[in-house]
Design a protein around this ligand. Structure first.
Ligand code: XMP
Length: 510
């Protein structure tokens, strides 16, 4: 039986998947469709409701993405967020104008009229705004339900037709009561019933994978990280030993990582072959400094090595990848989003790959993947591992990568992680690591002038890697890590701590 979704229509917002995920967190299935989907495609899904996402365009721009005609007459409840709200106003006969000043960040929302959309919220609370245009005249049938200083029409609604618009973003954690607002839309306005939990996802995916692979074999590239491990265990559950896993040691791993990964994957019963390809990767990276170039070389070499291995497996037709949603968004796999970085598991794939892709986690965020892993019985020490980027230490050595620097970085990183585990801080942090900078700095050790390399420590809190903030460590802790690194790692003369958030910086340095 088809599961009724709340559909999110994507107009190019970085947050589109976050909206879908918030709805799923409420226990209701949610799906994303692109703005150019047809009315028929939408109708066929029999949605409980439709959410129009934000987006970078202005409704007046000639290239503004517009929803299919007839969307507002479907009789399905609609919620427009930011650009979605402006679309509602613009297309139903209201007016949208450029605001005198853009409104970014926190704003105070004042509720003017009671409505089921505000159940459980106070009369005033903070919301997160990010827009340049604003609604100045409401379409016929609409009421103004709430306002903020910069946006007099911050919440509007045609209560009879159940069409709502928010100028702010209820999906981001900076909006107080954002969860309540979405919950109210989904249950009070749409009348949705709970129909989604991770257990369903496992059953569905297992069936889908069986059906799609039809007796053929699947090749998996395992990194030992959470994503590829969960993806492999899921596929293994569906097709057993028709799955063949490869762990490619690209020579850019952390200290002791290869052995650790090999042991834990074998412990999970996965059919595994370890491929030693470090030399090839390092040869190709020689002299390369540009981060995107490094990513592409690693991505391409990785696929090449994997294809070589795959050729030896008879009837291999599919390649499994643990791609997650943030990878897809940030590599602009979603039409309309801006490209931030080429993520190794998406951008590096050569067009003419001889294997078809299976990406069962493509719609999930990291914490959803961990939850899935628990349902699949994967041990906690694997699930709680910090994310590690596909290109490995190559994007943590700024500039050219060579053996000597890899060795320095590995030692420093190892100390940092060891100390975090010792202090029981590791599991409370999204990601922590060391970065080797291509600068030398002057120091003095035992009365002698030194001129050595700089290690930057990075540790961030995050829910999904899309936004992040630096961890406020006790200075004594940082002091201990600094001392150990400078005393124990030859070639390092200075340690700095990175206090950049994302945005404006990214988590990795490259
Ligand atoms: P950024 O640096 O973009 O990182 O803020 C967000 C998250 O993604 C990881 N990351 C990558 N993962 N291939 C990956 O598989 C990549 O090329 C890559 N670049 C960044 C990063 O470690 C963080 O968790």
């Amino acid at each position: 039986m088809q599961r009724r979704p709340v559909i999110v229509i994507n107009f190019g917002s970085q947050y589109v998947q976050l909206i879908a995920r918030r709805v799923r967190e409420l226990g209701v299935y949610s799906e994303i469709l692109n703005w150019d989907s047809t009315l028929e495609e939408i109708r066929e899904k029999n949605p409980y409701g439709i959410i129009l996402s934000g987006g970078p365009a202005s409704v007046y721009s000639p290239s503004a993405p517009l929803p299919p005609e007839g969307l507002f007459s479907l009789g399905v409840p609609i919620l427009g967020i930011c650009y979605g709200l402006q679309l509602i106003a613009h297309l139903l006969g209201g007016r949208v104008e450029k605001a005198d000043s853009q409104e970014y960040g926190r704003a105070r929302l004042r509720v003017l009229k009671g409505d089921p959309i505000f159940e459980g919220t106070p009369n005033e609370f903070d919301v997160w705004m990010s827009h340049a245009d604003r609604v100045t005249i409401l379409p016929a049938g609409f009421k103004n339900l709430a306002s903020s200083t910069g946006s007099p029409n911050a919440v509007i609604a045609d209560q009879k037709k159940k069409i709502y618009g928010f100028q702010f973003h209820p999906e981001v954690s900076h909006t107080d009561y954002g969860k309540e607002l979405l919950k109210n839309f989904v249950f009070n306005i749409c009348g949705a019933e709970k129909n989604w939990q991770m257990g369903n996802f496992v059953e569905e995916k297992v069936e889908e994978i069986k059906e799609r692979t039809k007796g053929k074999r699947v090749i998996a590239a395992l990194s030992g990280g959470v994503d590829s491990t969960v993806a492999s265990v899921l596929v293994h559950r569906a097709i057993g030993d028709r799955l063949m896993c490869f762990f490619i040691d690209h020579g850019l791993l952390r200290m002791g990582e290869r052995e650790e990964v090999e042991n834990s994957l074998k412990g999970l019963g996965l059919p595994l072959k370890v491929v030693d390809a470090g030399r090839l990767f390092l040869k190709r990276l020689k002299g390369v400094e540009d981060p995107e170039e490094k990513r592409k070389i690693i991505g391409n070499t990785f696929i090449e090595v994997l294809e070589d291995e795959a050729r030896k497996v008879k009837e291999a037709e599919f390649l499994l990848q643990g791609t997650l949603y943030p990878d897809v968004v940030e590599s602009a796999g979603i039409r309309g989003s801006a490209k931030i970085k080429t993520h190794h598991n998406v951008g590096g794939l050569p067009e003419k790959m001889n294997l078809k892709l299976i990406e069962p986690l493509r719609d999930l965020f990291k914490d959803e993947v961990r939850e899935l892993g628990r349902i699949l019985g994967i041990p906690e020490h694997i699930l709680s591992r910090h994310p590690f980027p596909g290109p490995g230490l190559a994007i943590r050595i700024i500039g050219e990568v060579n053996e000597e620097d890899l060795d320095i970085l590995r030692r420093a990183d190892r100390i940092f992680i060891e100390e975090l585990k010792k202090e029981r801080l590791y599991n409370h942090i999204w990601q922590a690591f060391a970065v080797l900078l291509p600068v030398r700095s002057v120091g003095v050790m035992g009365d002698v002038r030194t001129y050595e390399k700089v290690i930057a420590l990075r540790a961030v809190e995050s829910r999904d890697g899309m936004t992040a903030d630096w961890v406020r460590f006790d200075p004594e802790f940082l002091d201990r890590v600094m001392r150990r690194i400078i005393n124990e790692v030859r070639g390092v003369g200075r340690v700095v701590y990175d206090i950049s958030s994302k945005p404006p910086s990214t988590i990795e340095w490259e």
